[in-house]
Ligand binder design. Structure first.
Ligand code: ZN
Ligand code: ZN
Length: 250
């Protein structure tokens, strides 16, 4: 299994990265976790626009899903249209919410390009991947994903505050891709996002092999996020996500 960081900027695109988007590849199958603001552009550095086989949206905040709108244009009006319906695993509100964002009536909505599959907690077989979705700790319906293929496991936190479910999803994972939106300071809100220290604590409790910190908000100093993370008691390698980074787990 190969993981490519397409976008890792938290909440909005930064100068060096789009918002959240991660490409997982195994056995020639290509699956995206999130397709946030700006990600459709950078995605094309790594994979043909029409070579994506499935998309999974962790939640419906704009920085995780909004480029579905541009992708609908590409898949509906591109030179070889119509393209096969692309499966999009997402919270149940996705068809209505994304149609509204696009400016499309609910009928036909975006379902001329996408086959929306409503997510609930549980496991899904998607190509060569087994994806387990679990509800994490965020103000809207939000999932973390555990993705396994060929004996390798990547867990993605999505957006979450402290979450025992995330520890379960990351149990023994080879790589935990975990959000670290906040820099430690007094009075941070709960149930929203993690600091680097909290991300590392989750990785340590889960016994993950390595930790990649993501959803890095442009107004934070990346070195502060890392300084927090090294205080979290995780003994494996810790890295900051970077758009274009590739992790080959085989
Ligand atoms: Zn976000
Ligand atoms: Zn969010």
């Amino acid at each position: 299994m190969k993981l490519t960081i397409v976008g890792c900027s938290g909440s909005y695109p930064g100068p060096d990265s789009p918002a959240s988007c991660y490409l997982l590849e195994a056995e020639g199958f290509r699956m995206l976790l999130d397709l946030g603001s700006g990600a459709l552009g950078a995605l094309q550095r790594h994979v043909g626009l029409y070579d994506v086989d499935a998309v999974c949206l962790s939640h419906l905040h704009a920085d995780h899903c909004l480029d579905i709108c541009g992708y609908h244009v590409a898949r509906t009006y591109g030179p070889d249209a119509p393209y096969p319906l692309l499966p999009v695993y997402a919270p149940a509100d996705a068809p209505a919410r994304l149609s509204a964002a696009y400016g499309m009536p609910d009928e036909p909505g975006l379902e001329t390009a996408f086959d929306f599959v409503p997510l609930t907690p549980g496991s899904y077989e998607i190509g060569p991947f087994t994806l387990t979705a679990g509800l994490v700790n965020h103000p809207v319906e939000a999932y973390g994903f555990r993705v396994t293929s060929g004996g390798r496991t990547v867990t993605y936190s999505g957006d979450t505050g402290e979450s025992p479910e995330l520890v379960k999803l990351a149990d023994g994972a080879d790589l935990l891709l975990c959000e670290a939106s906040f820099v430690e300071r007094p009075g941070l809100p709960s149930g929203l996002h993690l600091t680097g220290r909290q991300a590392a604590e989750h990785a340590a409790q889960a016994g993950a092999g390595r930790l990649v910190l993501t959803h890095l908000v442009p107004w934070n100093d990346r070195s502060d996020v890392m300084d927090d993370a090294v205080r979290g008691g995780f003994e494996g390698p810790i890295e900051l996500a970077r758009s274009g980074a590739v992790y080959d787990l085989d």
